[in-house]
Design a protein around this ligand. Structure first.
Ligand code: AVJ
Length: 318
């Protein structure tokens, strides 16, 4: 196991490498996990409260409305393992519905978000063991030994799975199945396919919070990698790619310009873009197919009345 300091150092090196490689290739792209520094996580929290951003409130509504059903399917004496826990706000709903919960393992790349959430949860649920793991949930994760024999309920809300491509998503579901064990289950929130007139504003809101979230990546590059990006010379762009079934987020150059990062020059033509995020949208049948391709059973799906969002319980066949 790495120490937190080592994990942070790895994340830092990784950022430099990914940014230099990402700005060098065509089309340019930088992995979306780098959007979540302290400021990025704060802006994302703000996004979740926006009128146009339907996923968070819809998923919370589903978790609240179906908490008893979910608890019944989860059973007693389980540990929740959350992939990308952020503020753990949604988990709080689950924890409250699962009085026989053994432990809560929160995995996130933001050490700040983890410690803030852990303090709050330990206060609200004094009997609950809260275990935090700083790291990328896509990497191999070591769960504490004492949880080896505890049944595990994975929790992957927020349609974070939408950031991955379809094959990567299946890969994640397989890795999660192995981590959660032969008697494990996975509760996963997945955003549904819908009209562009709802999707585009959700990723390009009228208050400009999503724009600030996306452009904050440039601020982070300036601060951590000695970048010279002038934020006024770049724009946030969100488009729906119907063929790929996903929202695509870009940072687009407003003019011809040159920028340096770690002393290396990069020239941008006007209109040239850096791809910073994908957010895939699925039909329930796609979710079932992906789950089954990864060896899970798609046991149950809960959907809101407007068919905006789904919460899915994946179980093991045996
Ligand atoms: C955290 C990946 C689920 O795709 O809706 C929101 C990220 N980006 N607005 C999403 C996001 C811009 C969000 N996920």
């Amino acid at each position: 196991m790495q120490t937190i300091a080592q994990a942070q150092a790895t994340i830092q090196d990784d950022f430099a490498t990914e940014v230099l490689n990402g700005l060098s290739r065509r089309p340019r792209s930088i992995p979306c996990r780098f959007l979540y520094d302290a400021r990025g996580s704060e802006l994302f929290e703000q996004i979740t409260g926006l009128e146009e951003y339907y996923p968070t409130r819809t998923e919370i509504g589903l978790l609240e409305r179906h908490a008893d059903d979910i608890a019944e399917m989860a059973g007693e004496d389980v540990a929740i393992v959350e992939f990308g826990s952020g503020s753990s706000r949604k988990t709080e709903i689950l924890i409250a519905a699962l009085p026989e919960l053994d432990a809560y393992v929160a995995i996130d790349i933001s050490a700040a978000a983890l410690s803030e959430a852990a303090i709050r949860l330990r206060e609200r649920f004094p009997g609950l063991e809260v275990i935090t793991v700083t790291g990328d949930f896509n990497d191999a994760i070591d769960l504490p030994d004492k949880l080896i024999r505890t049944r595990k309920l994975g929790f992957f809300p927020g349609s974070t799975i939408g950031n991955l491509g379809k094959n990567e998503a299946i890969g994640f579901l397989k890795t999660a199945r192995e981590l959660l064990g032969a008697d494990g289950a996975l509760l996963i929130g997945v955003d549904l396919k819908k009209d562009e007139s709802i999707l585009v504003p959700a990723y390009d809101d009228s208050e400009g919070v999503t724009a600030a979230f996306n452009l904050n990546l440039l601020t982070r590059i300036n601060r951590e990698l000695g970048g010279t990006f002038d934020l006024a010379k770049f724009a946030h762009e969100a488009i729906y790619n119907a063929e790929a079934g996903r929202m695509e987020i870009y940072i687009t150059s407003r003019e011809d310009q040159e920028v340096t990062v770690l002393g290396q020059p990069f020239s941008f033509a006007r209109g040239e873009r850096i791809h910073t995020e994908n957010s895939h949208k699925y039909a329930l049948a796609d979710i079932a197919a992906m789950a089954e391709a990864a060896g899970w059973t798609h046991a149950r799906a809960w959907v809101d009345d407007n068919n905006l969002f789904s919460v899915n319980m994946l179980t093991q066949a045996g």
